[in-house]
Design a protein around this ligand. Structure first.
Ligand code: URP
Ligand code: ZN
Ligand code: ZN
Length: 473
């Protein structure tokens, strides 16, 4: 008598060594209709198979801080739209992105989200959710738009303490944090003291210090420390968790550690630029340093080491790219208006969505600075949990989306911009030698990348509604 018949799979990955945020196990993986439907010692033959002998399988990456096709001030334009940005993400192992639907001051937040949906739909190669950027917390935004958008699946938002066109004052921050508390949203804070930056910038410019290298002098560690401290105090006052984005070095880290010691729920994110670049890169020949201008700026070797240590010891919850793509030669990019502009006018941000995972895999896991479980937690599982996408994303478990990376841990290569799929004319990691690169990348059961060949179509990515924030620390 036949008790049951096993449904055939669309894809089987055989001989897998699976690494999750907590476990390492050996199995065959069965995928049906885009989801993981079997993890077994041995599965029957399937028409489509990948032999993963000697490979490592991790969940696809979740890049929870990246910018693409974001509205910019007059004359400036991001090099990546959803098509090129998500293709580049996919080819580096990221299968979910969370870029930002940004409110412009004086405009509605709801309209910003509607516009952003139009930009993403039909273009995204992989699944995407939206963070919001709140720049103008009017009564309408606080009472109606923000609560409604959180209900509709945009349950996190970024607020800025610097940049004239984006920043909020402390009272406004308290107002939006109160909405986060009431509605179960997570606020992400760009913590730099705006007035200090503007005071330092004026002094540097009047002393003739105008080149890209002076960007770092205008934004020293203490500027980040003070704003991080203030953001923590504001979060304590409202009694709501926050996440400090793109933490660059020791001083902000000390503030976050202090907050944790005092029982405050403060999450922290860091990015590749704080592990692999230094302020010296801003002083490269001629105007080349503009390629590494981002905020906060990269620091020094000592701070790189401190950031590594705090990835290892658990201070950081997520590792994101902060991909902010501006081409070097483009008059709408780093050479704004076709000129080598003074440092305050250089569009801030650097590309890195495709290199995020391979860099951390090679220099973190490969060199023993973090283990493979920490790698998975930082790049996939924690961001999925933090932003309400878990366990659909960020996990290898029955029922989860079949978003997977098959890693060739032994592949040695030299990063060059030619091999990347973004629409930016440079990578700050040109010439970096790394070990380990994805062989295959699988997004909802489809092999979208196979040993350098791309099999994805734009428009296959789906919008993901994020559930409300739940504490994970
Ligand atoms: O310089 C940076 N990080 N630019 C991107 C925008 C932001 O603040 O994250
Ligand atoms: Zn920022
Ligand atoms: Zn950013």
């Amino acid at each position: 008598m036949v008790i049951h018949s096993m449904r055939s799979f669309d894809l089987v990955i055989r001989n897998a060594t699976v690494a999750t945020a907590s476990d390492l196990f050996f199995c065959d993986i069965g995928i049906t209709d885009g989801r993981l439907t079997a993890l077994a010692e041995s599965l029957p033959p399937c028409n489509k198979e990948i032999d993963a002998k000697d490979k490592i399988i991790t969940p696809g990456g979740v890049d929870s801080h990246c910018h693409m096709d974001q509205p910019m001030p007059e004359g400036i334009q991001m090099a990546d739209d959803f098509a090129s940005g998500t293709l580049s993400a996919a080819c580096g192992g990221t299968t979910t992105v969370i870029p930002f639907a940004a409110q412009e001051k004086g405009s509605s937040l709801k309209n910003a989200v509607e516009d952003y949906h139009r930009k993403a739909a039909g273009n995204a190669h992989i699944d995407y959710a939206f963070h919001l950027i709140v720049t103008d917390p009017t009564e309408e935004v606080l009472r109606n738009e923000l609560p409604q958008l959180i209900k509709e699946g945009c349950s996190s938002f970024k607020i800025y303490m610097t940049y004239d066109d984006l920043k909020l004052n402390d009272e406004q921050i308290l107002d939006v944090l109160s909405v986060a508390r009431a509605q179960g949203a997570l606020a992400m804070v760009h913590a730099e003291n705006s007035d200090c930056i503007s005071w330092l910038t004026k002094r540097l410019l009047s002393a003739g210090k105008t080149g890209p290298r002076f960007h770092a002098d205008a934004r020293p560690l203490l500027v980040e420390r003070e704003a991080t401290h203030r953001a923590i105090a504001l979060s304590e006052l409202v009694d709501v968790p926050i996440l400090i984005v793109h933490v660059s070095g020791s001083e902000a880290i000390d503030q976050i550690r202090w907050a944790r010691r005092h029982g405050l729920n403060i999450y922290a994110e860091t990015c590749p630029q704080y592990l692999f670049l230094t302020a010296e890169d801003l002083g490269l020949e001629g105007y080349e340093g503009a390629k590494c201008v981002c905020s906060p700026p990269p620091r020094d070797k000592k701070n790189q080491e401190i950031v590594w240590n705090n990835l290892r010891n658990g201070l950081f919850t997520v590792f994101s790219s902060d991909h902010a793509p501006f081409s070097y030669e483009d008059p709408r990019g780093k050479k704004l208006g076709g000129r080598k502009v003074d440092f305050p006018y250089i569009p801030n941000g650097i590309p890195g969505i495709e290199t995020r995972l391979p860099l951390l895999f090679s220099e973190g896991v490969g060199k023993g600075r973090i283990n493979i479980h920490q790698f998975v937690a930082l790049t996939s599982t924690n961001p999925a949990k933090l932003y309400g996408l878990y366990p659909r994303k960020g996990s290898i478990a029955i029922g989860a989306d079949a978003d997977l990376i098959v890693w060739d841990k032994d592949r040695e290569l030299t990063i060059s911009n030619d091999m990347l799929h973004h629409n930016v004319d440079y990578t700050p990691y040109e010439g970096f030698k790394i070990k380990g690169w994805p062989d295959q990348i699988i997004s909802r059961g489809e092999i979208v990348y196979d040993k350098g060949e791309v099999f994805s179509n734009k428009g296959r990515g789906q919008f993901l509604e994020c559930s409300r924030h739940e504490t994970i620390l």
